[in-house]
Design a protein around this ligand. Structure first.
Ligand SMILES: Cc1cc2nc3c(=O)[nH]c(=O)nc-3n(C[C@H](O)[C@H](O)[C@H](O)COP(=O)(O)O)c2cc1C
Length: 181
């Protein structure tokens, strides 16, 4: 495997380190993630577990036109937030007619987004899963070309890290884990 965009070799980062070390970043350097790297990240994301292999996840990388349309679709005072990261990807899920399948597909697509974030982290990229309200509204959906049969899961921010990020506390494992008799 070749080195990542910022010199990090993804093959060198172990899974445990990736799981523990991935953080939400809100400040980024200016260099966009190149198309080949984005395609590599999506290629990895699609290996998420997925009942019946519906492969319900979709990813749309915003170009300047789509970014402007998204800014215009929401409140003016929130527009600058979209400039934090140089690369923005809309993650969405195709909605199945059967509510049970739709639920499972959403779970699978969320797992795919997480996979993408982990793969980005392993390549030395910073990431952020954001759910701006505008993306859930008709105008925002239209701005990023979301068809009626898809729901947005979020706006994935990617780019070079610009600062160290605080690690938020997690609950102790014994509070969230139970061994049943
Ligand atoms: C479905 C989902 C939606 C999120 N939406 C937002 C958001 O809109 N704004 C935000 O600041 N963080 C958002 N986050 C990021 C979480 O706040 C973040 O993961 C959490 O604070 C833990 O930090 P960590 O990612 O560094 O472990 C979202 C995370 C998920 C999984």
């Amino acid at each position: 495997m070749t080195g990542g965009p910022s010199g990090t070799d993804p093959a060198a980062m172990g899974l445990v380190e990736a799981l523990r070390g991935r953080r939400t970043h809100k400040a980024y350097g200016d260099t966009p993630v190149d198309r080949a790297t984005i395609a590599e990240l999506v290629e990895l994301a699609r290996w998420a577990p997925n009942h019946h292999l519906t492969e319900p996840w979709r990813f749309r990388v915003l170009g300047p036109q789509a970014l402007q349309a998204l800014k215009d679709a929401g409140p003016a005072d929130k527009a600058r937030k979209y400039d934090r990261a140089p690369t923005l990807i809309v993650a969405s899920v195709v909605i199945d007619d059967d509510p049970r399948v739709a639920q499972e597909d959403r779970d699978a697509a969320a797992a795919a987004v997480y996979g993408l974030l982990l793969a980005a982290h392993a390549r030395g990229l910073a990431g952020y899963w954001r759910t701006p309200e505008t993306l859930l509204q008709p105008k925002g959906r239209e701005a990023v070309g979301l068809p009626e049969e898809e729901n947005a899961l979020g706006l994935i921010h990617l780019g070079p890290p610009r600062q160290d990020v605080r690690t938020p506390e997690r609950r102790p494992v014994d509070q969230i884990l139970e061994f049943l008799p």
